[in-house]
Design a protein around this ligand. Structure first.
Ligand SMILES: [Zn+2]
Ligand SMILES: [Zn+2]
Length: 307
């Protein structure tokens, strides 16, 4: 079961002809997880052909317009398309008033429930059967959250040949062993799971920083992540401006990713001053080789991990 990450908007602060405002969509089975919701996101979704009716959660990093103004429009479009399934929205304080206010003033009716979670405390904010989402306070000019989506480990691979060789009859006992329980055979012999099942397989992990300077909790939040999507608004020569505006530079994003031992880094929230992102890429790759710069409609596949 592959997981796909689609960059719907990769601009910082203002859109450009090539870049829409921030939004990243993770497609996993029949669910969409969206990180930030920049203006015009529904048109980007139409172009990416991802549909509007799937189970969905939206995680907003902070309450700056470029990250949240897409939400009322997206909800309205979905209502016009007669969406029925609930949407869950996670965001810092203010999201409730923002959504209720726009709905009241613009007077649009929804065809589906919207469950709003204002995140007051960092930590595990969402627990599902197969994954969790953790939030950590980042370091922007207003309260901001970085998010880590992490799948739970999968049971190890089951080896039918080993089970047969030990005389375990196929059926219920196989299933018990696969789920980590030891079993007793009719002849009294006990078989333990590790005799027929391989080691647990890691789940996949994606971290989305939102707008931020390098921040303290990053290394822990992102440790070992398969993919980190990090703010890199301005290049290294403008590090002072970046710090002032609560952003990061490519080499800062790369340093942080290297420390956290992540597998791949994607730079995003690209300032309009870089129609050519070669410089940003070069600065990051000097520190962390496996880096790419996001582009609108870029897609990354994350295959299941086998170990
Ligand atoms: Zn921004
Ligand atoms: Zn911001």
């Amino acid at each position: 079961m592959s997981m796909r990450v689609i960059f719907l908007g990769t601009a910082g602060s203002v859109p450009t002809p090539e870049r829409s405002l921030p939004a990243v969509l993770v497609q996993r089975q029949n669910e969409h997880l969206m990180f930030d919701c920049g203006e015009g996101v529904q048109r980007q979704m139409i172009r990416a052909k991802v549909g509007f009716h799937k189970k969905m959660k939206i995680f907003v990093s902070h309450m700056h317009g470029d990250h949240v103004l897409g939400l009322p429009g997206l909800l309205q479009t979905m209502a016009l398309m007669d969406r029925q399934k609930k949407i869950e929205v996670y965001a810092p304080e203010g999201i409730k008033r923002f959504l209720e206010g726009t709905r009241e003033i613009l007077q649009f009716a929804l065809t589906f429930p919207v469950e709003i979670h204002e995140v007051i405390d960092a930590g595990l904010i969402c627990r599902e059967e197969e994954y969790t989402v953790e939030a950590a306070w980042s370091n922007h000019v207003i309260p901001g959250l970085a998010y880590a989506f992490a799948e739970k480990p999968r049971p190890g691979r089951f080896y039918p040949d080993k089970a047969r060789a030990l005389g375990v009859p196929e059926g219920e006992l196989w299933s018990k062993l696969q789920h980590g329980d030891k079993v007793r055979l009719p002849d009294g012999q006990v078989v333990k799971p590790d005799e027929v099942v391989g080691a647990q397989r890691h789940g996949r992990k994606i971290v989305y920083t939102g707008d931020t300077r390098p921040f303290n909790g990053f290394a822990k939040l992102a440790a070992g992540a398969d993919l980190v999507i990090h703010d890199a608004t301005l290049d290294d020569a403008l590090a002072e401006n970046a710090a002032e505006d609560g952003h990061s530079t490519p080499s800062q994003a790369a340093e942080e990713s290297k420390k956290a031992k992540v597998k791949k880094l994607v730079l995003t929230h690209i300032s309009a001053r870089y129609p050519d992102t070669g410089l940003l890429l070069e600065q990051a790759r000097k520190v962390f080789k496996n880096t790419v710069v996001a582009a609108d409609f870029m897609e990354l596949e994350l295959p299941l991990l086998e170990c």
